[in-house]
Design a protein around this ligand. Sequence first.
Ligand code: PLP
Length: 443
Amino acid sequence: MQRDLAVVWHPCTQMKDHETLPLVPIKKAQGIWLEDFDGNRYLDAVSSWWTNIFGHANPRINQRIKDQVDQLEHLMLAGFTHQPVIELSERLVQITPAGLDKVFYADNGSASIEVALKMSHHYWLNLGKPEKKRFATITNGYHGETLGTMSVSDVALYTETYKALLFDAIKVPSPDCYHRAPGVSWEEHSRFMFEAMRQTLEQHHHELSAVILEPLVQGAGGMRMYHPIYLTLLRQACDEYGVHLIVDEIAMGFGRTGSMFACEQAGITPDFMVLSKALTGGYLPLAAVMTTNQIYDAFYDNYDSLKAFLHSHTYTGNPLACAAALATLDIFAQDNVIAKNQQLAQHMAQATAHLQDHPHVAEVRQTGMVLAIEMVKDKANKTPFAWQERRGMKVFEYAMQQGALLRPLGNVVYFLPPYIITPEQIDWLAEVATAGIELAVKD
Ligand SMILES: *Cc1c(COP(=O)(O)O)cnc(C)c1O
């Protein structure tokens, strides 16, 4: 710990916190368990930042990477290609919604969102429509930490400080169903909220390149959720007004929402689908931007037309990362994962149902394998606890003492577990969360 704090500056951390909150050195991990140097184990209930879906040290993924490393560890992808990137691209085209036929790679989520934004605008330039240079998004969204992605994000904690550096995106009120009126269904609320988006498209379509949003669950914004109808309506409206639709499935792709991709629940094909996080089973950084042949064709011309997409990241399509992704897709193909997840999701609902009535829980909400518990000061009017009180951190500290890694987002305690979690582990996690919340909401 001391050696670390002398030299490592950690992400998403006020480093001074570590004067009181100990850093947790992890020695090794196996399956759903992380293990520290004293032999204490922690159940990884947030899948190591939403990436690890089939457990740590998964034998099938390990083996595939080991085989690949002896064959080819890295290769520049401009002018060259390799077996894993071809096979992965073929398989992603197969399993994503029909019409997404080309794959462009990046090496992390933010970079791939930048790719989608640039590609969308560049497409309109290539078509002679330079005025289509703005982006619309929904409030409370999160798309990454780079300047472009922060410009289309809306979680103030991360973006506010840098606002002088950001470009101006149009923010439309989120369909977030936490804010629905009593007695109103998710579908009704999401339909109702779509009207503002329709008006934005009507007013601004001539200058809009794309609408970008997270599908069904706004992750970093506190696991806020909405109904698939919003995406269905948005697809129709984007077609009607000639605006691209970028769906950021970085967190929610690969089975998290109950279907392989969240877009499936709305029956839509976006113009750009962005994938990362669980793509490699949580092993290695890799991201993919899926798009249509129609968009690809707008860049396809003689070199001197200067229509080519000259974007690149050094580690684009790294063979080891592609191998990890292929092993991950094999597990989906072999293990009936989506159907099993439905049972686990049901179990998560049952195990936490009692919290619905808790006086300091405004809502327990769920979409597939994401379950979120929103702690509030006053349940009747959903008055939040002041953020300065850091109630969520109290749950985190308690859970760590019990051996569970539950890292809340503000006042939202959530389960986003690897798909290898057992019903018994879910029950135990619910007990830990309940006791942690009990402790955290005390004055
Ligand atoms: C994590 C995340 C990103 C950013 O990915 P990084 O790899 O952390 O840059 C973008 N969008 C969503 C929805 C995410 O959850």
